[in-house]
Design a protein around this ligand. Sequence first.
Ligand code: ADP
Ligand code: MG
Length: 241
Amino acid sequence: MLVQIRGATKAFGPLAVFQDVDLDVRQSEVVVLIGPSGAGKSTLLRCVNGLERLDAGTIDISGERLSYQPGPLNRIRRNVGMVFQNFNLFPHMTVLGNVMCAPVKVAGGQRDKVREEAHQLLDKVGLSDKCDAFPSSLSGGQRQRVAIARALAMRPQLMLFDEPTSALDPELVGEVLEVMRTLAAEGMTMLVVTHEMQFARKVADRVVLVADGGIIEQGRPQAVLDEPATPRARAFLRAVL
Ligand code: ADP
Ligand code: MG
C-alpha cells in the first residue's frame, strides 16, 4: 500500500472537519475525492503531505509513518508532490527556474543533470518552448502545467492534486486534465480532488465521496457516480452531475 490512512481525525478549534477516516491508495492507483465544499477534502490532502497535522490517527506513505519531526517530514514531502488550485509558481523565476529550484536547492541535485531533466519534464507537459518565459506571461493552463512539471521534478512517488482546474477558464481545463491523464497512464499514484466528473469517470480507479466528517461512499467510478448506495451520496451527486 502506498498510502495508508487510519483513524484520521482533524478539527480546527471547535470545528470538527473529519473523524476516524480510513483510506488506502495502492501503487499506481488513481483515487478521486469528491464531496461538497467544506467537507475537508483539501485538509485531508494537506495532512497527507504534512502541511496540516492530524489530531489523531496515522498516515503511512510507502510504509513510513508521517511524523512531524523535521527530518522525516521533509523526506515525506520530497516524496509527495502537490499541485494546488492557484499554481503557486515563483513569479520572479523563469519556467525552467521554477522546475529546477527544488531539485537543486532541496535535493542537492547537480545543476546540469537537473536542467536536462527539467527540459524533459517541460517537454512532457508540452511547454518546451516556454523555458525562459516568466509565469506572468503564461495562461492559467500553462502555469498549471508548469506546476505539475515542478512537482514531478522531485520524482515523487505520490502526486496530490487539489482542484487543479478549478481556477482555469473552461477552454484551458482540457490541457491540464490531459497531462494528468498521461501521468495516470504512466502509472503515477495520484490522489485528486476535482469536480471534473468526466475525468473521475475516465481516469479514476476509485472515487471516494467525502462528506459529513467522513467517507460516505467509495468504489469504481461507475458504481459511485451512477448507482450511489446512500441517500447522502445521491443528494450530492444530484447537485453536481
Ligand atoms: P474542502 O476542500 O472539502 O472544501 P476544506 O478542507 O478546505 O474543505 O475545509 C474544511 C473545513 O475546515 C471548512 O469549514 C474550512 O472553512 C475549515 N478550514 C480549513 N482550513 C482551515 C484553517 N487553516 N483554519 C480554520 N479552519 C479551516
Ligand atoms: Mg478544497
